[in-house]
Design a protein around this ligand. Structure first.
Ligand SMILES: Cc1cc2nc3c(=O)[nH]c(=O)nc-3n(C[C@H](O)[C@H](O)[C@H](O)COP(=O)(O)OP(=O)(O)OC[C@H]3O[C@@H](n4cnc5c(N)ncnc54)[C@H](O)[C@@H]3O)c2cc1C
Length: 458
């Protein structure tokens, strides 16, 4: 069997027409990697830009008959290697599947997986509604990718993560069958909650072809607070303390290396003596907001903040949050970046950020730390020069040590980005043999030929 020779059959089988199949090597190259930087990627055979569920079904049937791997792909902004190609695969892109229906009375959106998160937010806002999950990449990542990774973001601390908004899914299985799971109702306990099984499954169990999402009334305007610290562990303690006194809408963290990278790009006048910045926001109204902000200021001051300021000017507040959102691209300008996603219980945050600083020093490696601190979820960004093999080895060692530290603190190796390929070696240490065995049996039941995103997630 020569799959290359049979691509003509795939082109002919695609209901939207042969134009959906891309084989030009230069074009295919653009679908080979995601944004993970350090993750390995193979060479795809071709790309299918599916126009609808029927294209996805045809692709999977063709691939199953030939044992050709299929790598589902949204917008390719993933940070763990999940959408990276494997050798000889079909990359199945959902970028053309962008249909959108908003049902205001039901407070529901039904969307194609390729629709961008930001596009959904905008469309919902036009109806006076809100789709809360807000990965920093919301302007460039797809809803299908968000569901497949169970994406989090800045406001998830108060408004939860993607899975909490998924009411229904259409999923195409490896054998080409399309399933409908859940629906438009807010509550639904008919049978196992299989939509949750597919949420966060990183393209290994099925291809998500439609998503029904819960929308909510918008939150109020924010009062945004920044607190600067001369010591990272004090900032970590402040986060734990804020969490015990308030339920902020945002609670983010940036260390000195992240602040320096953002300052180099945005020239915001951030003080280079600051070792960490905590960014928080309240979206309560009136006296309740003042009370919540005062509680957060008090928590930061009690932990020794060297500067605390807050604003209820929405433009200023958004600029501060934009600086936080810019941190990953700003750090990416410094070199090759291995992006971590560790999460720890709320009372272990100071130990995590202090420990990471120690690892960076011991390995003589830059680790810029940002995080959705209020969730205990941090993204240490390990930076190295790809041309320097020795620096690369030190960076990989540091990456491993941060992961081990997260686990030693009772945490997780990934809070929102997924395992992909980058974190696979640590999964067994976190979940244990029995859970891994059950995971494999679920995979075998749904994808017995193992064609869906092989080598990813476990
Ligand atoms: C600057 C920056 C900031 C970021 N900030 C955040 C953040 O705050 N929070 C956060 O959670 N993430 C963040 N991310 C990571 C990334 O944007 C998210 O993981 C996002 O959900 C990926 O969406 P995507 O469309 O790009 O998916 P892709 O990268 O294309 O794919 C991700 C995974 O989902 C699978 N997949 C994609 N579409 C489907 C589908 N339709 N069916 C089945 N499987 C599918 C892929 O196979 C892959 O395993 C950030 C990324 C960047 C670059």
């Amino acid at each position: 069997m020569n799959p290359l020779g049979e691509l003509g059959e795939l082109a002919a089988a695609l209901p939207s027409g042969p134009g959906a199949l891309l084989t030009d090597p230069d074009v295919v190259e653009g679908y080979r990697v995601d944004r993970s930087g350090g993750a390995e990627a193979g060479r795809p055979l071709a790309v299918v830009r599916a126009a609808g569920t029927a294209d996805v079904q045809a692709t999977l049937r063709w691939a199953g008959a030939r044992r050709v791997p299929v790598v589902p792909r949204g917008a390719g902004t993933g940070l763990s290697g999940g959408a990276c190609a494997v050798d000889g695969c079909i990359v199945l892109s959902t970028e053309r599947m962008r249909h959108l229906e908003i049902d205001p009375p039901a407070q529901v959106a039904v969307v194609g997986p390729g629709l961008l998160n930001g596009e959904l937010k905008q469309a919902a806002a036009a109806h006076g509604l809100w789709y809360p999950p807000d990965p920093s990449s919301f302007e460039i990542c797809s809803i299908g990718g968000n569901v497949a990774t169970n994406a989090g973001g800045l406001c998830c601390l108060k408004y939860w993560v993607t899975t909490d908004y998924v009411l229904g899914l259409e999923v195409v299985l490896a054998d080409g069958r399309a399933l409908r799971l859940g629906g438009r109702t807010v509550k639904d306990v008919a049978g196992y909650d299989l939509k949750r099984l597919f949420t966060g499954s990183e393209g290994t169990l099925g291809v998500i072809t439609e998503v029904t999402l819960r929308l909510v009334p918008p939150a109020g305007p924010k009062t945004t607070l920044v607190a600067a610290f001369a010591d990272v562990t004090a900032a970590g303690r402040a986060v734990t303390s804020v969490r015990s006194r308030a339920r902020p809408a945002v609670l983010e963290f940036m260390d000195a290396a992240a602040l320096a990278a953002v300052e180099a790009q945005l020239h915001m006048g951030l003080d280079p003596s600051w070792r960490a910045l905590v960014l928080a926001a309240s979206d309560l109204a009136g006296p309740a907001a003042a009370e919540e902000v005062a509680a957060m200021v008090g928590a930061c001051e009690a932990e020794g903040a060297v500067e605390v300021a807050f604003t209820d000017d929405p433009v200023e507040g958004e600029q501060l949050l934009a600086a936080r959102r810019m941190a990953i691209p700003a750090v990416e300008r410094l070199g090759t970046v291995l992006i971590e996603d560790v999460g720890v219980p709320l009372d272990r945050i100071a130990e995590l950020v202090g420990g990471i600083a120690g690892i960076a020093e011991a390995r003589a490696t830059t680790i810029a730390v940002i995080g959705h601190a209020g969730d205990g979820n941090f993204h240490p960004l390990v930076v190295f020069d790809a041309a320097d093999a020795e620096a690369g080895a030190r960076a990989r060692q540091a990456f491993a040590e941060v992961m081990d530290l997260g686990l030693a603190l009772g945490g997780t190796i990934t809070g929102e980005h997924g395992i992909g390929t980058l974190k696979r070696p640590w999964l067994r240490a976190q979940v244990g043999d029995d859970v891994l065995d059950l995971t494999r049996r679920i995979k075998e039941a749904l994808d017995p030929l193992g064609i869906l995103n092989p080598g990813k997630a476990f």
